[in-house]
Design a protein around this ligand. Structure first.
Ligand code: TXA
Ligand code: MG
Length: 341
C-alpha cells in the first residue's frame, strides 16, 4: 500500500473516480487484496459494463463493497449473530460475507439471480474514500480480464483493461495479494466458499466450527457453491504443474523437459531459487512467510507471460493459514495438474 497517496476528500483523482462511479462508469481502484473494477451496484447499466470489460460470464455474481455499516442494512434482510461477530472482528478487511438480500435494491445483474449477496468493507484508504464519496454500494470484481490472474499493481489492470474502462486510481501495490475469503453466513454453520485473506483458523477462533465447501476439494465431482470457483483462472499462457517433492526432484523434471527441447520455468521461493537451473526461475516469496508468497503470487504468474517458456513447474505450500488460499489459486492456475515424487 502506497502510504504517500493523498486520501483527503479533495484529492482530485479520488473525486474524479467517485464522480465517474456516480455517472455509472467503471473505474479500477486498489483494495488491500487486489485491484477491483468498481461500478454503481444499483444500476443495471453500470454493472453490465463490468461484465463487458472483463469478459465475465453473466452467471458469476459480484461482491458489493461498502464503506459504512449503515449501507449494509439497506441491502440485506437480516444480519445473523455470527456475521456480526465476523464484521466486528475482520471489517474493514479481506472477508466477504454472504447475506440474504432485500429484493429490488441492487441491480439483479450483481447477484446473477442468486438470493444471497456477498458484501465486504475493504481495508484500503483509497477504496474506502472512493466508496464514501460516491455514496453508493460499489460492485467490484477483481480488475482483470476473466481467467487472468487478479491485478496487484495498476500496471496489471492496464495490461488487461486499457481502453475498456473509464479510469484507474493508482495506489501502488496491494497488500494481501490474494482475494478476500468468501463465507456464507446464511446457514447455521457458516461455510467458506473461497479461501482468501482471512484464514479458516482466524475465523474459527471467533465463531467456532465452520465448514469448507466440499466442491473446493473434489474438483470435478461436486459443483462449487460459489460460481466463480468453477472457472479456470489465474493461468499463465504456459501449462503449470504443481510439484510435491524435493528441489532435486523438481530440478530433474526441469532437466528432462529441457532434454526434450522445451524451455522450462520454475516458480520457486527465496529459500530454494538458487537450487534450480532452468530457463526462468522466479521466486514468489519466502517459504518461511506465506504472506509474502500470497503478496507476490499473481505478479509471478503474470511474469511468466513475458518470458519464453513452454512449461512451468511450481513448488507447493502447506495448507495452514493463508496457505489454503495460495494453494487454491495455484491449483486453479495449474488446472489441478500435480506431479508427486
Ligand atoms: O478481494 C476481493 O474479494 C476482490 C476485491 C476487488 O474486493 N474481489 C473479488 O471479486 O475477488 P471477484 O468477482 O473476482 O470474485 C468474487 C467471488 C466469485 O468467485 C463469485 O462467484 C463469488 O465471489 N460470489 C460473489 N457473490 C456470491 C454469492 N452471492 N454466492 C456465491 N458466491 C458468490
Ligand atoms: Mg476475480
Amino acid at each position: 500500500v502506497d502510504k504517500n497517496v493523498d486520501i483527503s476528500p479533495n484529492n482530485p483523482q479520488l473525486e474524479k473516480a467517485a464522480n465517474l462511479l456516480k455517472q455509472n462508469e467503471v473505474v479500477a481502484f486498489p483494495t488491500e487484496t487486489v485491484y477491483g473494477l468498481g461500478a454503481n451496484a444499483l444500476s443495471d447499466d453500470a454493472v453490465e459494463k463490468i461484465f463487458e470489460a472483463k469478459g465475465r460470464p453473466s452467471d458469476n455474481p459480484l461482491i458489493v463493497h461498502i464503506a459504512e455499516l449503515s449501507q449494509l442494512e439497506e441491502i440485506v434482510t437480516f444480519i445473523p449473530e455470527k456475521a456480526k461477530i465476523l464484521m466486528n472482528t475482520f471489517w474493514p478487511g479481506p472477508l466477504t460475507i454472504l447475506f440474504n438480500r432485500k429484493p429490488n435494491v441492487l441491480s439483479e445483474k450483481v447477484t446473477a439471480g442468486m438470493e444471497t449477496v456477498g458484501i465486504r468493507m475493504p481495508d484500503h484508504p483509497i477504496a474506502l474514500q472512493i466508496i464514501h464519496q460516491s455514496n453508493l454500494p460499489i460492485a467490484a470484481p477483481s480488475a482483470n480480464r476473466s481467467g487472468r490472474p487478479s491485478p496487484t499493481i495498476a500496471e496489471h489492470v492496464l495490461e488487461d483493461l486499457d481502453g475498456r474502462i473509464a479510469g484507474i486510481v493508482n495506489g501502488g501495490d496491494t497488500g494481501v495479494g490474494v482475494e478476500s475469503t468468501v463465507i456464507d453466513c446464511t446457514q447455521d454453520i457458516p461455510m467458506i466458499l473461497r479461501p482468501g485473506g482471512v484464514s479458516k483458523e482466524e475465523i474459527e477462533q471467533v465463531i467456532g466450527e465452520i465448514a469448507i465447501d466440499p466442491g473446493l476439494e473434489n474438483k470435478n465431482i461436486i459443483r462449487p457453491k460459489s460460481p466463480g470457483m468453477k472457472y479456470t483462472h489465474y493461468a499463465p499462457d504456459a501449462p503449470v504443474y504443481l510439484v510435491e517433492g524435493t528441489t532435486n526432484f523438481l530440478q530433474e523434471l526441469v532437466r528432462n523437459k529441457q532434454n526434450d527441447g522445451m524451455k522450462v520455468g520454475v516458480i520457486a521461493t527465496e529459500e530454494t531459487q538458487k537450487e534450480y537451473v532452468a530457463d526462468a526461475v522466479i521466486s514468489c516469496g519466502k517459504r518461511g512467510d506465506l504472506h509474502s508468497v500470497a503478496h507476490s503470487l499473481y505478479d509471478t504468474l503474470r511474469a511468466f507471460n513475458n518470458l519464453d517458456v513452454d512449461i512451468i513447474f511450481a513448488e507447493t505450500f502447506p495448507l495452514d493459514g493463508i496457505g489454503l488460499a495460495i494453494m487454491n489459486r495455484l491449483e486453479k492456475a495449474a488446472g489441478h495438474r500435480w506431479i508427486h515424487q
